[in-house]
Design a protein around this ligand. Structure first.
Ligand code: 9WO
Length: 253
């Protein structure tokens, strides 16, 4: 997959994508990231990329032309047609389902804004989709672009090691939260590892993990339980969790 990034700080996103799974995906040729800086397409001695907003008010707005030239250069760098995605709080919320959809594309242009935003005419003419990673305001779209790149990179075929693939969070598969994890030592000042995980009974362990994933999702994100459309078996497991000790925070201690 090829990702082109239009940003005043393309190196910032490249840095974010240089480590771990994403860095490895690039080394393996599964993903390539190319930065395009509108500053390089700006005119004049000052290479202006922003100007004052019509209608007044504080802050600056990104100019149409440097952005348009940068997007055009990104498009022309590869013959494959591509969508332009603008990262902004006004966008559709990013979900794992959306990440899966994006990860299946051959290429993508990610457009990052700065200042108070981008001239609306550029958005209307060039942007195909607007995406938000959450309901908060950042100082620019770069961190959001890094989030999209990270989420999409680990879904590229061959990006994860066998162990990582096997351990893929339940969220990846069915929209449930992950179960708790434990490692050595078995006994610690902070508590013991649940006995079932030491039993060696793989069916029991799988059942326990599924129950924990269901239970935690029910406790913390009931909205996801409603969306998941649980099977009969999952319903029974969730009922078992709710009947068990510690399931109801109001009943604990
Ligand atoms: C600034 C602002 C100030 C007061 C009230 C609302 C406001 N919105 C913005 C704003 O959207 N500023 C943006 C900064 C302009 C475009 C790039 N910026 C940005 C992108 N901030 N946050 C994001 C973002 C992108 C994706 N998902 C979450 C946040």
């Amino acid at each position: 997959m090829r990702i082109d990034l239009v940003s005043l700080f393309p190196e910032f996103v490249a840095q974010c994508a240089g480590f771990g799974v994403v860095g490895r995906a690039q080394e393996r040729g599964l993903l390539s990231i190319h930065g395009w800086n509108p500053r390089d397409y700006a005119e004049g001695n000052y290479r202006r990329v922003d100007d004052r907003p019509f209608g007044g008010g504080p802050g600056m707005v990104m100019l149409i032309d440097p952005l348009r030239a940068a997007i055009q250069a990104a498009r022309a760098a590869d013959p494959t047609p591509t969508q332009v995605v603008y990262l902004s709080p006004q966008g559709e919320r990013l979900t794992q389902a959306k990440v899966r959809e994006l990860a299946g594309r051959e290429r993508l242009i990610l457009l990052c804004g700065r200042y108070e935003g981008i001239d609306e005419r550029l958005i209307a003419a060039e942007v195909d989709e607007e995406l938000s990673i959450g309901d908060y305001v950042l100082s620019g779209g770069e961190l959001a672009a890094a989030v999209v790149i990270d989420a999409v990179a680990r879904l590229q075929e061959g990006a994860l090691n066998d162990a990582e693939s096997a351990a893929q969070d339940s969220f990846d598969e069915d929209g449930l939260l992950d179960c708790p994890h434990y490692t050595r030592p078995v006994e610690h000042e902070l508590g013991s590892v649940p006995a079932v995980l030491q039993s060696g009974n793989h069916a029991e362990i799988a059942r326990w993990r599924r129950m924990q994933a269901l239970g935690r999702t029910w406790q913390r994100r009931p909205d996801l339980i409603d969306e998941a459309g649980l099977s009969k078996a999952d319903r029974k497991l969730l009922d078992a969790f709710r009947a068990g000790p510690g399931a109801d925070p109001a009943k604990s201690t």
